[in-house]
Ligand binder design. Structure first.
Ligand code: NAP
Length: 262
């Protein structure tokens, strides 16, 4: 059980059926929030998650929200706000995860580049802009965007922590957008981003990552392991909570020490 940090607060998680989005939805629900889950294609997973959270006592909502389509997003946000009583927190946990974005620079397809930016960058812009009417009416509104911290690996063949130029460019745009938006929407609405490092997943089966590349990536990470989805969710809770009330325009690295700006 959580500590009731979000009791009764209406929270929207876009990409809420994904690994990190679902962890966030569960974490907010544990803290007493009413959670709306937006999905693009994972309707069953989203409905099941909403039912799970609803069974635990909270009010929940699930609906289709394709962030590349303003009408889809607008319709979802209106229905979600009606169902859960407004929007106090917006979590943009979606992202294009596609093999076409996991290649070296010379093999990057311009169409894949455009699609990645359409989802991760333009989608984040659209979601923030379309949620504004509700966020402006909320008492302590907060936005949490999803960037990504890895991409600084020195073995260019190791996709775990070298990561493609296009992915790094898109997440860099999300970081810049987050900082600029935080200034634009201050003092009422706080805007931050989470920047996850390597998170536990089926890297070998889903991405054909050789075991030695996984070992190399862990060895180069000060905490010597991958992160867990709950560690990302807890960090998102902090950024969105009253305890994070003096934090805005920040990019929180949750990556086992992979990047240490210090
Ligand atoms: N996991 C990591 O290691 C890691 C590291 C760094 C950054 N990140 C970032 O963290 C975020 C979440 O990633 P994840 O690991 O949870 O991946 P995931 O499980 O694949 O989830 C990504 C979600 O994005 C949604 N999505 C994709 N295109 C969309 C669109 N056009 N409209 C709405 N939703 C869309 C998908 O929805 P449907 O399933 O409904 O299609 C999916 O649920 C992403 O931004 C990712 O880049 C992850």
């Amino acid at each position: 059980m959580g500590g009731g940090r979000f009791t009764g607060a209406p929270v929207v998680v876009l990409g809420g059926a994904g690994v990190l989005g679902a962890a966030c939805a569960r974490a907010f629900a544990r803290e007493g929030a009413s959670v709306a889950i937006g999905y693009r294609s994972s309707a069953n997973a989203a409905e099941e998650l909403a039912a799970e959270l609803g069974a635990a006592g909270g009010s929940t909502f699930a609906g289709r929200a394709d962030v590349t389509d303003a009408e889809s997003l607008r319709g979802f946000l209106a229905a979600a706000a009606t169902a859960i009583g407004g929007i106090e927190v917006l979590v943009n946990a979606f992202g294009r995860i596609d093999a076409a974005d996991a290649v070296r620079f010379d093999a990057t397809d311009p169409a894949a580049w455009d699609e990645l930016f359409k989802v991760d960058v333009r989608g984040t812009f659209l979601a923030c802009q379309l949620a504004l009417p509700w966020l402006r009416q909320a008492e302590k509104p907060a936005i949490v965007n999803f960037a990504g911290s890895y991409g600084n690996g020195t073995n260019q063949e190791n996709l775990v922590n070298s990561v493609s130029v296009s992915f790094c460019a898109a997440k860099g745009a999300v970081r810049g957008f987050t900082a600029a938006l935080a200034r634009d929407l201050a003092p009422h609405i706080r805007v931050n981003a989470i920047s996850p490092g390597m998170i536990e997943a089926n890297w070998d089966a889903d991405w054909n990552i050789p075991a030695e590349h996984l070992a190399e990536a862990k060895a180069a990470t000060p905490l010597q392991r991958m992160g867990y989805p709950d560690e990302i969710a807890e960090s998102v809770l902090y950024l969105a909570s009253p305890g994070g009330g003096y934090t805005t325009g920040q990019i929180l690295q949750v990556d086992g020490g992979w990047l240490m700006p210090g």
